[in-house]
Design a protein around this ligand. Structure first.
Ligand code: IPM
Ligand code: MG
Length: 348
């Protein structure tokens, strides 16, 4: 089994290094890791954020373990050369359309949540975010209006097949959990969302056992902080899912805690923390590696069907937190390496 290891930019290499240590300490064997540059690092080395060689490795691999991309040095490059295009390109070229972002509060972190502990405690949800369509991949550009004004545009579009396949992932995910699916859209304003809602309702005919509800995205943002415990699975489009998953992460303690899996409908997946490259703290050993370690656990579970090992990693993270492991984002002062040490110790 081959894993493409793509550390990327900023804190990416530091959090990946700790994750590899933890996998090693956990005695995970039988996986071959092959590393390649991605993002700004790849641009600097090879002139492109997603070089052919990296894309070829990702295609060949059974799973991809990804750090983060984003580099302020690259902010003035043309868009197609910016680091972010690497993750978008991987999602698109590999057909990785279903991004699962679980948000669950580790009880030890109730005080780190931006919410009151009694509200935060109830969070246990999964955001199923579509990642192959929407404004991210629609026609986009700059033009001049008839009045001579500069105008930027990004077309929002989903076809019914794209909506149906992500809706199915939403229903299946809900069926394997508490059986509740909330579809988030903006059908009161957007035609894309009206079709989204119609298709989700059509697909629901095959999932009579799942309780389906619909919510406008503005209300969903409000409900996530008011009463996050009401959600089991949220299914939504690319842009709304991007925003709501960052929000959910702060409700669950810290953006440094949330892992994700992006699946293509088979066992293949890309696994990454939902946070970015955090250039402000890169190279300082301050980053929290736990979201990446939890992403590796998701990899073991979804791509390799090794749920016992995944459970062990997740239990070790919980134990490390219970033992007081806290990086800066969690209100503590432990370094990236010390957080890794704490998880390794918890495995023993
Ligand atoms: C995420 C990130 C990416 C996105 C960026 C880096 C392109 O914010 O994975 O949530 O917008 O999808
Ligand atoms: Mg995001």
């Amino acid at each position: 089994m081959l894993v493409a290891l793509l550390p990327g930019d900023g804190i990416g290499p530091e959090i990946i290094a700790q994750t590899m240590r933890v996998l090693d300490a956990a005695g995970v064997t039988g996986l071959e890791f092959e590393e390649a540059p991605v993002g700004g690092a790849a641009y600097k080395q090879l002139g492109h954020p997603l070089p052919e060689s990296t894309l070829a490795l990702a295609k060949r691999a059974d799973a991809i373990l990804f750090g983060a991309v984003g580099d302020p040095d690259c902010d003035s490059l043309e868009r197609h050369l910016r680091p972010e295009q690497a993750i978008l390109g991987l999602r698109k070229h590999l057909g990785l359309f279903a991004n699962l972002r679980p948000a669950k509060l580790f009880p030890e972190l109730a005080d780190a949540s931006a919410l009151r502990p009694e509200v935060a405690k109830a969070i246990d949800l999964v955001i199923v975010r579509e990642t192959n369509g929407d404004v991210y991949f629609g026609e986009k550009g700059h033009r001049t209006t008839p009045e001579g004004l500069r105008q930027g545009y990004d077309v929002m579009a989903y076809n019914e097949a794209e909506i149906a396949r992500i809706a199915k992932v939403g229903f299946e995910t809900a069926r394997a959990r508490r059986g509740k699916l909330c579809s988030v859209d903006k059908a009161n304003v957007l035609e894309t969302s009206q079709l989204w809602r119609d298709v989700v309702i059509e697909v629901s005919a095959d999932y009579q056992d799942v309780e389906l509800s619909h919510m406008y995205v503005d209300n969903a943002a409000m409900q996530l902080v008011r009463n996050p415990g009401q959600f089991d699975v949220i299914v939504t489009g690319n842009l709304f899912g991007d925003i709501l998953s960052d929000q959910a992460s702060m409700c669950a303690g810290s953006i440094g805690m949330l892992p994700s899996a992006t699946l293509d409908g088979s066992n293949k997946g890309l696994y990454e923390p939902i946070h970015g490259s955090a250039p402000d703290i890169a190279g300082q050993g301050k980053a929290n590696p736990l979201a990446t370690i939890l992403s590796a656990a998701m990899m073991l579970r979804y791509s390799f069907d090794r749920s016992a090992e995944a459970d062990r990693l997740e239990a070790a993270v919980a134990k490390a937190l219970a033992n007081g492991a806290r990086s800066a984002d969690l209100g503590g002062s432990m370094s990236t390496q010390e957080m890794g040490d704490a998880v390794v110790a918890a495995l023993a």
